[in-house]
Design a protein around this ligand. Structure first.
Ligand code: NDP
Length: 446
């Protein structure tokens, strides 16, 4: 390891003990940025990277609520307000039992770079709770959301901090959260994104992360004179990102052969077509069932407790959660012919897996660039809310495509290596850093 990176990381680890995901995310960025900062001393003297790695504010609070049996439950709520140099804090809320401070700090840190890459004026944040919506009634989810927002509402606002969804937070939860915010503050504002279309949401927001990831993959392939048409694709997850990744791949002529959830994965060699996808969306979004039911319904294999990395495919779209691909998995994927990884999920690949991608020089689009379409359309939702004017589906989709192309171009600009290899990790990290860092320099030691 570069001794300067090692020294920087030892300070991060000492200051933020027991937060391995946060260390992992900072380390990946530090490896790209420290050599760049050495060449650009203005950032070094102003300790910009040291400041970016320290949240501007961390909120942690009690969320008491009453379940259907009348029993009091206590969860922990968080909001990490990481960086506001280029706009209000912006980033999703995650409701999942694994949520803790370190995971949300890693997500908030990544969000700063991702939001900067979108070209829109958004700072970075993230939040959530260790609340598990699985198996809870709608009533329980509502009571939890109301209690969570009762505290959060003191700290957020359309010009301060604008949360959205993430794992476990979809349209239903955003609705309950928005309703409570409006009730407490007595104002109808764009304080959350991912709202329903009837009350301030943007068309294409639910689709945006998945669509954007596929647009990014198409851009990477276009540089090689190739496209997704006819490609076999492996998708993990079966939530928001996985669903719309699959929808766009089908539309562009690719074939998706896997979907997964925390119970296991299905392998459908015939391909998930539009009808099967519509069924899976109903299963996951309305009936809130398990992906194993897809295998029963359509007569294909279900692999309990496994992930889909043994399956042969040309392109891989990890869309479930962090650290779901390790080095062994990466080697298997590449041995099976995988030529492209586009991360819909945040940090789904371990550092060792990324090393394997880099060594084999496959196309690798890291999450903070590839999945930025979701927050980009959240930014467009904020714009429409401010104007009180909704845009058409075509207009939002066209803007999303333009933004994904521009993110790709930024990655190429900063990540071009010798030959025609693009280091998208370096490109995304430096490309995302420069705008935030320059804003921080202009704003003084804040
Ligand atoms: P959802 O809650 O809609 O779906 C998550 C999916 O991943 C589900 O299929 C879930 O399975 C599975 N999953 C969650 N945790 C695990 C785990 N520990 N092991 C295996 N499978 C798991 O979330 P999203 O689709 O919104 O988010 C997926 C990823 O995309 C996350 O990394 C998120 O941070 C990232 N992302 C999301 C954005 C968005 O706009 N929503 C924007 C950018 C990134 P199960 O149903 O069993 O829980």
């Amino acid at each position: 390891m570069d001794p300067k990176v090692e020294q920087f990381m030892s300070q991060i680890q000492a200051k933020n003990p027991a937060q391995p995901e946060f260390h992992q995310a900072v380390h990946e960025v530090a490896e790209s940025l420290i050599p760049f900062i050495e060449e650009n001393p203005k950032y070094k003297h102003a300790k910009v990277l040291e400041r970016i790695a320290e949240p501007e504010r961390v909120l942690m609070f009690r969320v008491p609520w009453i379940d259907d049996k009348g029993e009091i439950q206590i969860n922990r709520g968080f909001r990490i307000e990481m960086n506001s140099a280029i706009g209000p804090y912006k980033g999703g809320l995650r409701f999942h039992p694994t949520v803790n401070l370190g995971i949300l700090k890693f997500l908030a840190f990544e969000q700063v770079f991702k939001n900067s890459l979108t070209t829109l004026p958004m700072g970075g944040g993230k939040g959530g709770s260790d609340f598990d919506p699985k198996g809870k009634s709608d009533n329980e989810v509502m009571h939890f959301c109301q209690s969570f927002m009762t505290e959060l509402s003191r700290h957020i606002g359309p010009n301060t901090d604008v949360p959205a969804g993430d794992i476990g937070v979809g349209g239903r939860e955003i609705g309950y959260l928005f309703g409570q915010y409006k009730r407490i503050r007595n104002e109808f504002t764009g304080v959350l994104t991912g709202k329903a279309i009837e009350w301030g949401g943007s068309l294409i927001r639910p689709e945006a992360t998945g669509y954007g990831t596929v647009y990014f993959a198409e851009e990477m392939l276009k540089m090689k004179g190739d496209s997704l048409k006819g490609k076999t694709c492996i998708v993990s997850g079966s939530g928001n990102v996985a669903q719309f990744t699959t929808e766009k791949i089908i539309e562009l002529g690719g074939k998706v052969v896997t979907l997964s959830d925390s119970g296991g994965f299905i392998h459908d060699p015939e391909g998930v077509n539009s009808e099967k996808l519509a069924w899976a969306m109903d299963l996951k979004n309305i009936r809130r069932g398990r992906i194993s039911e897809y295998a029963e319904k359509f007569g294909c294999e279900y692999y309990k407790g496994e992930r889909p990395w043994d399956i042969k495919g040309d392109a891989v779209f990890p869309s479930a959660t962090e650290n779901e691909i390790n080095a062994e998995d990466a080697k298997k994927l590449i041995a099976n012919g995988c030529k492209l990884i586009a991360e819909g999920a945040n940090m789904p690949s371990t550092p060792d897996a990324i090393e394997v991608y880099m060594e084999s020089k496959i196309l690798y689009g890291p999450g903070k660039a590839a999945n930025a379409g979701g927050v980009a359309v959240s930014g467009l939702e904020m714009t429409q809310n401010s104007m009180r004017l909704p845009w058409s589906r075509e207009e939002v989709d066209e803007r999303l495509q333009r933004i994904m192309k521009s993110i790709h171009a930024t990655c190429v600009k900063y990540g071009q290596e010798e030959g025609d290899y693009i280091d998208y990790v370096k490109g995304a990290n430096i490309g995302g850093f420069v705008k935030v860092a320059d804003a921080m320099l202009s704003q003084g030691a804040v």
